[in-house]
Design a protein. Structure first.
Length: 324
């Protein structure tokens, strides 16, 4: 099942270049690499700028370019006070599907608009919308008329990698493995139907069918930001869902309270809550048992902490097991 994302664009000029060449640029930041690995070929994207949503595209292919500091079509950005230099090595080549310019306040974009409102602004490179939103935008505007100007640049490509050792970090080639990348790995894992079936079996409930579910990224709620949401892709009468909190390190009692707050906030439509972490102590497991939440540990098979790995290698070695 393809996913649908809104890509935040910082300036009108950058938006114009994105539209002109059907090309999305992602920065050499942790948010940029997160979006680059999270979004897959065959997914759908739109551009988000000035509280408006622009056009619908299908991701044709992706690439990471070396020495991208001076590569067109977007100028690099230098923040003198912090000394931070942003440019666009990560690129999504897009196939235009529909052309439109719509306000984000339309009810069709409610899923993303609520996320932005509760977050208090963008603060991210990409926002995932649900299948209901994708179905709506697939009927907006008009289909492609005419040709997109081809964009060509002379630069070598590379495969970005991740490391668990700070001493090996060298962006944009090598990034530190952080929690948002773990979210993307888990999303990829649960998007596999076999893995999703195994995950659902842990809840011992027949209310949710894996064939009817979608796996979504961060969902903003009044109680905080749920890391992953598994919900019915086409809800009828009720949008049944499972809320998941992810911790890169060991789980704490505060994490249990956070998951329970999400479950309570969503209400009767939330059929289960889960906490995924690298480990659990007996007190945390006892607290989870008291409120009826599930615990899962994650691991990576045969990874050497002194090496670097591609996102695909991380996904292939990822394992998840129910603890309680």
């Amino acid at each position: 099942m393809p996913h649908y994302y809104l890509l935040a664009v910082s300036t009108r000029f950058n938006l114009e270049q994105c539209i002109k060449y059907a090309l999305a640029g992602l920065t050499n930041s942790t948010n940029g690499i997160w979006a680059f690995v999270d979004i897959r070929s065959e997914d759908f994207v739109s551009f988000l700028y000035g509280a408006k949503v622009f056009h619908l595209y299908k991701v044709d292919w992706k690439e990471a370019l070396s020495n991208a500091e001076t590569l067109p079509p977007w100028p690099s950005i230098f923040f003198r006070r912090s000394g931070t230099h942003y440019y666009f090595p990560f690129r999504l080549h897009l196939k235009p599907v529909r052309f439109f310019e719509e306000s984000l306040v339309r009810s069709d974009f409610k899923y993303v608009a609520e996320n932005l409102l509760l977050r208090g602004g963008y603060a991210k490179t990409h926002f995932q919308a649900d299948q209901t939103t994708l179905q709506s935008v697939s009927q907006m505007g008009t289909t492609l008329v005419g040709e997109i100007e081809p964009f060509q640049v002379s630069a070598s490509a590379f495969t970005p990698r991740f490391t668990f050792s700070r001493g090996l970090v060298s962006p944009p080639q090598v990034f530190l493995f952080q929690e948002n990348v773990l979210h993307a790995v888990i999303k990829r894992y649960l998007s596999d139907l076999t893995n999703l079936k195994g995950f659902l079996n842990a809840f011992k409930s027949n209310e949710l069918s894996p064939n009817e579910l979608e796996v979504l990224g961060e969902r903003a709620l009044p109680e905080g930001h749920a890391d992953i949401l598994v919900k019915e892709a086409v809800p009828i009468g009720m949008a049944r869902q499972i809320v998941i909190e992810v911790k890169k390190s060991n789980a704490t009692l505060d994490d249990v309270g956070q998951v329970q707050a999400y479950v309570d906030e969503i209400g009767v439509e939330c059929k289960a809550g889960a906490l995924i972490a690298s480990g659990f102590n007996s007190k945390v497991l006892g607290a989870l048992d008291e409120v009826g939440l599930c615990a899962f540990t994650y691991s990576f098979d045969s990874l050497d902490l002194t090496r670097v790995y591609s996102f695909e290698e991380l996904c292939q070695s990822f394992r998840m097991n129910r603890v309680k």
